[in-house]
Design a binder for this molecule. Structure first.
Ligand code: SF4
Ligand code: SF4
Length: 463
């Protein structure tokens, strides 16, 4: 008989998870969210393996704060599946899901010109399988049924720039009702083909590069990506800067490998006018990776490293939970002003009343919300009239006493916004049936929309 012996300080609530010891994805196990020594754990009860504890946060106070940021859900406008076996076997999107797709991923190919050690999709040269335009049209139709005006589509793969019709696909999606379009890339084609970058620039505003950028160190890149891609990153950024093409740096964080570089990467990103911010993703057990054990890192640990780095101005108050999926996404927004070749950052998330953040109708795609950008600018600007409704006395005091002077040019917009996002996905270790229902990153298939985590976990769906 299984033996249950773990002790803990607090029991918060019950949920369900998977046992990461046997990895059985055919059966959910009961789990409790418990606190022990300020860490938060999933305490799991597996009939086969017995009890196990999975660390899900190193900051119990922040974990609890996430609940205060929960906002009323923006629900999908339609569903593609029914409730038959229950969550997570009915993806999706099924009527139980409590969030719309803030970010819709279009995987257009399994082909890649790299073969990274941590690839979610196990892509590599020769894997092929480019999606047809007919598939892409069906994927867009699926998304538009679920969300008639999507916030954000991200074209991904494999390496999407290997698709022979990549520009046609991007132009087609750009002409759809989507607010913001992103291209997720390892940067090789961007670094090598300026004419391609010119075509990307011609897509106009509301288009952004989501550039793989895990480390500044060759040994780390070799470990994570299987090759030293540092020169490729630098060459890609040089050309993106020349064209001022909006770029987000995306870093997969592995504990003991590159978690000591979080501050360095933020610092590095400040040299580029075109960089709109950095996304940090804790390594996830999916595709070609085993993330159990020593390499795992939690959102709270990454957040703490951002806060602890004295070179960037983000404080604990500035790194807040994103209200649509607070336990899984943390954000910090700043106004950005280039002074020479270095970005001055003025964090604002800690200055904006929580009520405004939690009643915001959009979700992750704040960038396309002009009212939100205006608020950011107004919060830090000394020459812009501010609306009384959204500016508290505390902010006024801070602005007029000690806030750094920030003269806002009249054409201020997305170029002057910088953000840090920490986005944690689920795998069998940290899976929680409560949080998964709030996941807002969806893989779009021709006939369904599946949360990114359950898609990658290899769960056998009921329909
Ligand atoms: S994760 Fe969401 S879409 Fe999938 S089964 Fe659960 S509630 Fe439904
Ligand atoms: S992680 Fe990206 S670049 Fe690396 S093999 Fe996979 S698709 Fe290619």
């Amino acid at each position: 008989m299984a033996h249950y012996s773990q002790s803990y300080d607090l029991f918060w609530h019950a949920t369900q998870s998977f046992c990461h010891l046997c990895g059985n994805l055919h059966r959910l196990v009961d789990a409790h969210i418990v606190v022990k020594d300020s860490n938060v754990y999933l305490r799991k009860f597996c009939p086969t393996c017995g009890e196990s504890m999975a660390l899900i946060s190193t900051d119990a106070a922040y974990y609890q704060q996430c609940n205060e940021y929960l906002k009323a859900p923006d629900l999908p406008e339609a569903h593609n599946t029914q409730v038959l076996r229950g969550c997570p076997y009915d993806c999706g999107v099924c009527p139980q899901h409590q969030n719309h797709p803030c970010l819709a991923l279009f995987n257009i190919t399994n082909e890649c010109n790299m073969a990274c050690n941590i690839c979610y999709f196990s892509s590599h040269p020769g894997k092929g399988n480019h999606r047809s335009m007919e598939d892409i049209r069906a994927m867009l139709a699926t998304l538009l049924r679920v969300e008639s005006q999507p916030d954000l589509i991200q074209v991904t793969g494999g390496e999407p720039t290997t698709h022979p019709q990549i520009l046609e696909i991007l132009r087609y999606l750009k002409a759809s009702p989507v607010r913001h379009l992103m291209l997720n890339t390892n940067g090789i084609r961007i670094a090598q083909e300026e004419s391609f970058v010119k075509e990307l620039k011609a897509l106009g505003g509301g288009f952004e590069i989501y550039l793989q950028f895990d480390s500044l160190r060759s040994d780390v890149l070799r470990d994570i990506r299987g090759r030293d891609t540092h020169d490729i990153h630098l060459a890609a950024l040089e050309i993106l800067e020349r064209y001022n093409l909006s770029t987000t740096l995306v870093c997969v964080i592995k504990k003991g490998q590159n978690d000591d570089e979080i501050g360095d990467i933020i610092e590095f990103s400040r040299r580029y006018r075109c960089v709109r911010g950095v996304v940090f993703q804790p390594v996830q057990e999916a595709g070609r990776i085993e993330a159990q054990g020593d390499f795992r890192i939690t959102l709270s640990e990454i957040r703490q490293r951002v806060i602890d780095d004295v070179r960037n101005p983000f404080t604990a108050e500035d790194m807040i939970p994103l209200p649509c999926d607070p336990h899984k996404i943390g954000v910090g927004y700043a106004a950005k002003q280039m002074v020479g070749d270095y970005a001055q950052l003025f964090p604002v998330t800690g200055q904006i009343p929580k009520e405004m953040v939690t009643t915001h109708t959009g979700t992750i795609a704040f960038e396309q919300d002009r009212a939100f950008i205006k608020t950011i600018i107004e919060t830090v600007s000394l020459d812009t009239a501010m609306g009384e409704a959204i500016v508290s006395d505390k902010i006024k005091q801070k602005l007029f006493c000690c806030w750094p002077s920030f003269l806002a040019p009249s054409d201020m917009g997305y170029e002057h916004v910088y953000r840090i996002v920490i986005m944690e996905f689920s795998d069998s270790y940290n899976f929680d049936t409560t949080n998964i229902k709030r996941e807002c990153n969806f893989m779009i298939e021709p006939n369904r929309a599946i949360p990114f985590s359950t898609y990658n976990m290899g769960i056998k769906f009921s329909q």
